[in-house]
Design a protein around this ligand. Structure first.
Ligand SMILES: [Zn+2]
Length: 227
């Protein structure tokens, strides 16, 4: 459901001694969220991060776009100022952009049977501005549908293993054991299961961490800055 308070939950396997996430067990919604990051236009990524203190030249370039609004065509402004992935499908963008990701549609005041994405459009029937916002209903995403397909990018009814560096693979007992060996975990008692929720704040932190670190889940969910 695309409402801005809904969160996505995932289960972390934490090495409590080393204070590190070994991997996350996640469903389709979290993996859809991760793949959405790859589909975001660069301008949208900069916009999201600029609000949360991103520095660097691309941040400056984005600020210039905002201050020079009157110098651009309407099409450029709506493309760069409205966050949307290159391919729609997964209903998880609200985790990054909140209400801004909600689609807005407009009609004329007489509710003739035309809708527009931009409130400056003119109704073909009465020639008045289509400035009345009407609610848009997003399609229901059913991750547990009988085909297991649901909406979004990856199949439902499958549990995925997401590594701290965001590598994604299908979950299996063998892959779990392989990871424990790889991280040299000798004491099962050091392992702790932790259920966490990804909301908008964590979504933005994850985007930021994914550009800077190989310890993304540890950074975001254990609040530890690992270089
Ligand atoms: Zn009209």
């Amino acid at each position: 459901m695309a409402n801005s308070d809904s969160t996505v939950s995932l289960k972390l396997l934490v090495d409590s001694k080393r204070h590190k996430v070994l991997f996350a067990e996640a469903g389709k919604d979290f993996v859809d969220f991760l793949f959405t990051l790859l589909l975001l236009p660069l301008g949208t990524v900069i916009k999201l991060l600029a609000k949360h203190g991103m520095v660097g030249s691309l941040g400056k370039l984005y600020e210039s776009v905002e201050t020079l609004t009157y110098h651009y065509s309407n099409m450029f402004i709506s493309c760069i100022l409205t966050p949307k992935p290159a391919i729609g499908g997964a209903n998880v963008l609200h985790l990054l952009a909140g209400d801004e990701a909600t689609r807005k549609v407009y009609m004329c005041r007489s509710y003739h049977r035309y809708v527009a994405d931009d409130s400056r459009a003119i109704c073909p029937s009465c020639k008045s501005a289509m400035s009345t916002e009407v609610p848009h209903v997003a399609p229901q995403v059913t991750s547990g549908s009988s085909s297991g397909e649901g909406g979004g990018y990856v199949k439902g009814l499958v549990t995925y293993m997401v590594m701290d560096n965001l590598e994604v693979k299908p979950m299996s007992t063998i892959s779990g054991i392989t990871v424990l060996n790889k991280f040299n975990v000798k004491e099962v008692g050091d392992l702790e299961e932790k259920v966490v929720h990804l909301g908008m704040q964590e979504g933005i932190s994850l985007l930021k961490a994914s550009l800077q670190s190989n310890y993304v889940l540890t950074n975001v969910f254990l609040g530890k800055k690992v270089a």
